[in-house]
Design a protein around this ligand. Structure first.
Ligand SMILES: Cc1cc2nc3c(=O)[nH]c(=O)nc-3n(C[C@H](O)[C@H](O)[C@H](O)COP(=O)(O)O)c2cc1C
Length: 350
């Protein structure tokens, strides 16, 4: 057992850095590269049953943005994109993913199947196919950001707790013996209630939160970058995710394992998500910016952080969340605002 070992409920992980679902792991070669780069596990690129979801991939486009929010041909710090789903047949894809999972298992790693939800019937039939293929982990994404812009019905976002509990219950019924992880949207402030609903439905863990939808005006053309609204992520998102992790931990207790995603760019960010309550994290953008070496960098940085301070990763989970106070609990600091305004504001009136 190493200092970075963790687990998602009863499912042990070598360490907390999972390669999340996305284009880098749309192929067998990509999945193997993520494992080779050191990922504790991989969530293979998502499918769904609606052909419109796969067709959307042909209209996908991507732009890296620099620190000023401008499109850049360089590495960039934020990713702005509209995505689509895998165009492989589900049966064929899950068979390939399961074969890699069998190899990964001998090293203590895993490869999971994933669906971006379009309908309850589709989710049930795809979850059954994942189990039939022999996969150990199924991730049900009910909150992909593209739902509002993709063809009607291609991607559905579930933000109603009762409907979500019902959906998860139906998927749980066909995934007996598998890990069922539910990934929630970033476009709702109702995340603690949604997490509780997923748990009620039988989820083993809850992931949060999906990226946000955004519009980026281009200062050269005055047109929208990529021509549409699209999903937007960056390191800036991490503190927002951390707050929802902490609120969810408070609502659901430490027994519900949380997986953090959206904004991890460094080993320090993995630790931050853990302190906010995450047992593990899913990273994708770092790989889109830096290649799979970015994943290795994140794992190495996290290991160094733990080694330098002689810390055990699992001891850190939720520490910051558990000391989160309310405004009302703060001591009074009269006049503190004066330290944060220009001197003119404090000049004597004439
Ligand atoms: C290009 C791209 C494609 C993605 N495709 C999927 C997907 O098919 N299924 C899914 O559940 N999440 C998908 N995601 C979301 C990622 O798995 C991840 O949760 C999100 O990007 C936030 O993490 P990050 O800041 O490390 O990128 C995608 C993200 C990106 C950038």
């Amino acid at each position: 057992m190493t200092a970075s070992a963790t687990s998602i409920g009863g499912f042990p992980l070598l360490h907390p850095v999972i390669c999340g679902s996305g284009e880098p792991v749309m192929t067998e070669a990509g999945i193997r590269a993520a494992l080779k780069a050191g990922a504790a596990g991989v969530i293979a690129k998502s499918v769904n049953e609606n052909p419109a979801g796969g067709r959307q991939l042909d209209k996908a486009d991507y732009m890296r943005l620099d620190a000023d929010g401008a499109p850049t041909a360089g590495q960039g710090v934020s990713l702005f994109n509209r995505s689509g789903l895998s165009q492989r047949s589900t049966e064929d894809w899950f068979k390939a993913v399961a074969a890699i999972d069998r190899d990964a298992r001998s090293e203590g790693r895993f490869v999971a199947a994933s669906i971006v939800y379009a309908s309850a019937e589709g989710a049930v039939s795809i979850a059954s196919a994942a189990r039939h293929a022999g996969l150990r982990v199924f991730e049900l994404n009910v909150g992909a950001p593209h739902a509002s812009e993709a063809a009607a019905g291609a991607i559905v976002q579930e933000t109603d707790p009762d409907r979500l509990a019902d959906l998860v219950r139906r998927v749980r019924a066909v995934t007996e013996g598998m890990q069922l992880w539910v990934k929630l949207t970033g476009l709702s402030s109702n995340l603690p209630a949604l997490a509780l609903a997923a748990r009620r439905g039988g989820a083993d863990a809850v992931g949060m939160m999906g990226r946000f939808m955004a519009l980026v005006p281009d200062l050269e053309t005055f047109k929208p970058v990529l021509g549409t609204s699209a999903a937007y992520g960056g390191g800036w998102a991490l503190p927002i995710v951390c707050r929802y992790l902490a609120l969810t931990r408070r609502a659901a207790g430490r027994e519900l394992p949380l997986i953090g995603t959206n904004g991890v760019r460094s080993g320090g960010d993995v630790i931050r998500m853990a302190l906010a309550g995450a047992s593990a994290v899913e990273v994708v953008s770092v790989i889109m910016h830096e290649g799979f070496a970015g994943l290795t960098r994140v794992v190495t940085e996290m290991d160094s952080f733990l080694a330098e301070r002689r810390l055990i990763f699992s001891d850190l989970i939720g520490q910051t969340a558990d000391s989160l106070a309310t405004y009302a609990e703060q001591p009074e600091t009269p006049g503190r605002w004066r330290d944060f305004v220009p001197p003119e504001t404090l000049a004597e009136s004439v």
